[in-house]
Design a protein around this ligand. Structure first.
Ligand code: FAD
Length: 382
């Protein structure tokens, strides 16, 4: 990775899921582009810089979403997973399928069947005893229905996808600047991006800085940043083998609990961990200091206790060796859509997490790159 003082045409700020995708697409279009942003902090507690939502090995991917816009984003992105892996040499996707499961009389469960049928998403339906037979690790199946997407679904490693996009962008000609942007300012003919090692001048800039986007641009786009807690459970070899055929899972209910569960995934520490998220507590992070304090805090033990109960209620006879509590952040806006488009002739944004933008980050990044080139989808404009 290199730093540069030379003027560049396009800069993308944020080497996360959407920014790294935008840089790959722009570089492949032959654009002069730099991707600016730091990697994952080695240790959260002493880290005084920015944080991201991609510091993990598991994010659910699937075509289904209740909203057609997100189905379109998911499909477009999933169709390019192979291309990104081939361009980078980095594997990041496992097609283990995705199961949506809940009470048979819950309309949110039934709607998965309706929407997948209408959208032409391959989906298998199971109920009661059939559900138990197909997914024997489920603790309770009486009165339950499951919709299973066997294709174009499973999980991605967000860390490895960011790495893959960055390598592919660099191979296509993008310059990588491994530093945070400390501030951006527009003048008549360019944008100056301030970094620790000096300034970068660009003709146009795309800000894709996740939860830090609004503070970096110095204005609210109607999004709230929330702290989220994830619980991880370390499994021994026997449990990993028993759960080997487990897909990614989205649990719908009961009683307002909607956890999602990732199957056992190997982590860099050499162990396999099962992850449960779906933290029901909304903890707004209202400032940069609030975001940093949240990551440094290590997450909420009370939420992790609740998530532990939820996983024991859903996975039959689960035995785990150790529990880990992990903090993360999400952003939610007022209309359910990401914001992708210009704030001024020289500065555009691309962000909007909703807890579901990892799987479709490649298409969101492509739209961010197109917005920087002047092509904006009206419904996403800030
Ligand atoms: C607990 C949790 C579980 C999730 N599960 C799923 C899931 O199962 N499926 C799914 O599809 N999605 C999931 N998501 C959502 C997904 O991870 C996010 O939507 C996605 O990471 C958002 O991408 P982004 O590029 O907008 O932000 P990020 O991935 O956070 O990237 C932002 C980047 O900007 C950088 N940055 C910030 N400030 C600056 C600055 N000043 N200068 C330079 N760089 C800066 C950061 O370092 C970071 O790399 C989950 C999110 C969380 C928190």
């Amino acid at each position: 990775m290199v730093s540069t003082d030379r003027a560049i045409k396009l800069a993308v700020i944020g080497r996360g899921m959407i920014g790294s995708a935008a840089a790959r697409h722009l570089a492949k279009m032959g654009q002069d582009v730099a991707l600016i942003g730091p990697g994952e902090p080695a240790d959260y507690a002493p880290h005084d810089g920015v944080f991201g939502s991609h510091y993990d090995e598991g994010r659910i991917t699937r075509s289904f979403d209740p909203e057609p816009f997100w189905v379109e984003m998911n499909r477009a992105s999933i169709s390019r997973y192979g291309e990104i892996a081939a361009e980078s040499g980095v594997a990041f996707y496992r097609e283990v399928g995705a199961l949506h499961v809940g009470s048979s009389d819950d309309p949110n469960v039934a709607s998965v069947g309706t929407i997948t049928a209408e959208a032409g998403i391959i989906c298998e339906a199971y109920e009661d005893a059939e559900l138990a037979e197909r997914f024997p690790f489920l603790k309770s199946t009486a009165g339950m229905r499951g919709y299973f997407e066997p294709r174009n679904a499973g999980y991605i490693s967000p860390r490895r996808l960011v790495q893959a996009q960055t390598i592919a962008a660099e191979r296509a000609g993008a310059r990588i600047i491994d530093e945070p942007a400390l501030g951006i300012s527009e003048n008549g003919s360019s944008v100056t991006i301030r970094t620790r090692s000096g300034g970068v001048e660009a003709e146009r800039v795309l800000v894709a800085a996740g939860g830090h986007t609004q503070s970096l641009i110095g204005q609210s786009l109607g999004f709230t940043v929330y702290g989220r807690t994830v619980a991880m459970f370390r499994l021994d070899a026997g449990e990993v083998q028993r759960l080997a055929a487990m897909p990614s899972m989205r649990c719908i209910g009961p009683e307002g609990d909607n956890p999602y569960i990732l199957p056992p995934i190997p982590y860099p520490d050499g162990h396999a961990w099962l992850k449960l998220g779906g933290d029901p507590v909304d903890l707004p992070l209202e400032s940069e200091a609030g975001i940093k304090d949240w990551f440094k805090s290590g997450g909420s033990i009370a939420v992790a206790d609740r998530l532990e109960k939820q996983i024991l209620d859903r996975i039959r006879d689960l035995k785990f060796e150790e529990r880990r509590v992990v903090p993360c952040m999400t952003t939610f806006g007022d209309n359910g859509l990401p914001r992708i488009g210009p704030l001024s002739p020289r500065v555009s944004v691309a962000f909007g997490c909703y807890g579901k933008s990892a799987k479709c980050s490649d298409e969101l990044g492509r739209l961010g790159g197109m917005a920087l080139l002047g092509e904006v989808r009206a419904e996403l404009a800030p």
